[in-house]
Design a protein around this ligand. Structure first.
Ligand SMILES: *Cc1c(COP(=O)(O)O)cnc(C)c1O
Ligand code: SF4
Length: 316
């Protein structure tokens, strides 16, 4: 952290947790403004003392992931899609990560996912598998390759979706080898990249994502609404434009999941709605993400945006 040139006063506001420590790639650290605790990259990744003040509604497992396990690494909450926790490892350790306390099954270092593949094989109602984590791109290429090939062989799986934040930290991960693995399989792939601030999208990141797109893999973006990071119309508009003009569709804007230690990131839902309303006035319809939250037990993510005008006129 010497790199950020934080002065003695500001340094008192930092902590060094043993669990879920700072884990910031150099290229992201380089983008941080010197001696600023308000920098949007700094806030997302560097542990602040604010994490230690946590109201009781902020809990270790806010999404009750553990009660939706079909195996320790396969979660199913919604019809037709299952989420595979490919790896507990993550290159970034975002401070607000809702899965930071998940008891990942590390498979004793075995990444053959035999139990998970068996469940998927035997359940024809599952048409889409989401590779999540941690981050699916933390898996070494050879493990990812055998996993994709195995999924490709299950006839009722029609979509393989990646949920990854890796490219913004290490765009080189989108290597020729990885791209050739994507090309190996015939099942349609979809790539959802997690980006919260326009500063995260530099030329190298966009170039890496473009290579994925050129394979016919649609790119979507999911964003978490974070206080002091992206809770302004200007920031969200700049983010959406940058995505849009690079062929990436803003998919979800998520209300923060109330994980322990993240209270300082919460934005009120009313403010979130106002931000979306403002975006709707500035951007094309396909450039505005869906504002949503996950409520455990619901059959889909819950939309948070009310209609801006009453719809009664349609019925009269
Ligand atoms: C968010 C989530 C999905 C994906 O939901 P979509 O609305 O299809 O993007 C699927 N499974 C789990 C367990 C999830 O948390
Ligand atoms: S990249 Fe995703 S999995 Fe990793 S810490 Fe951030 S939110 Fe969590």
């Amino acid at each position: 952290m010497a790199f950020c040139q934080i002065d003695a006063d500001n340094r008192k506001k930092l902590i060094t947790p043993k669990e879920f420590p700072l884990n910031l790639p150099y290229r992201l650290a380089e983008k941080i403004e010197k001696n600023s605790l308000d920098d949007p990259i700094f806030r997302q990744f560097v542990p602040l003392i604010d994490e230690t003040f946590s109201p009781p509604e902020f809990v270790p497992d806010p999404l009750e992931d553990c009660s939706f396990q079909r195996t320790p690494s396969l979660l199913q909450k919604y019809h037709g899609r299952a989420l595979l926790l490919t790896s507990g490892a993550c290159a970034l350790n975002c401070r607000y990560c809702f899965r930071q306390n998940y008891p990942y099954d590390t498979h004793g270092g075995d990444y053959s996912f035999l139990d998970e593949l068996e469940v998927l094989q035997n359940d024809p109602s599952i048409a889409e598998v989401i590779l999540s984590g941690g981050d699916p791109l933390s898996l070494p290429d050879h493990h990812l390759e055998s996993l994709l090939i195995a999924l490709d062989q299950i006839p009722h799986i029609h979509l393989i979706r990646f949920h990854s934040r890796f490219p913004i930290g290490i765009p080189e991960r989108i290597s020729p080898r990885l791209l050739s693995i994507f090309e190996l399989i015939s099942t349609q792939i979809l790539f959802v990249v997690h980006v919260n601030h326009p500063k995260e999208l530099d030329a190298d990141v966009l170039e890496a994502l473009k290579k994925v797109q050129k394979l016919g893999i649609p790119l979507l973006c999911q964003t978490v609404l974070l206080s002091g990071v992206n809770d302004s119309v200007e920031t969200l508009e700049a983010l959406c434009r940058s995505l849009l003009y690079n062929g990436i569709r803003p998919y979800y804007l998520f209300q923060l999941d109330r994980v322990k230690g993240s209270a300082h990131f919460e934005v009120e839902v009313e403010k979130g709605r106002a931000l979306i309303a403002a975006l709707q006035e500035r951007l094309p319809g396909h450039g505005v993400p869906t504002y949503a939250v996950e409520i455990p037990g619901e059959k889909s993510k819950s939309r948070l945006m009310e209609q801006s005008h009453p719809l009664e006129c349609l019925n009269s």
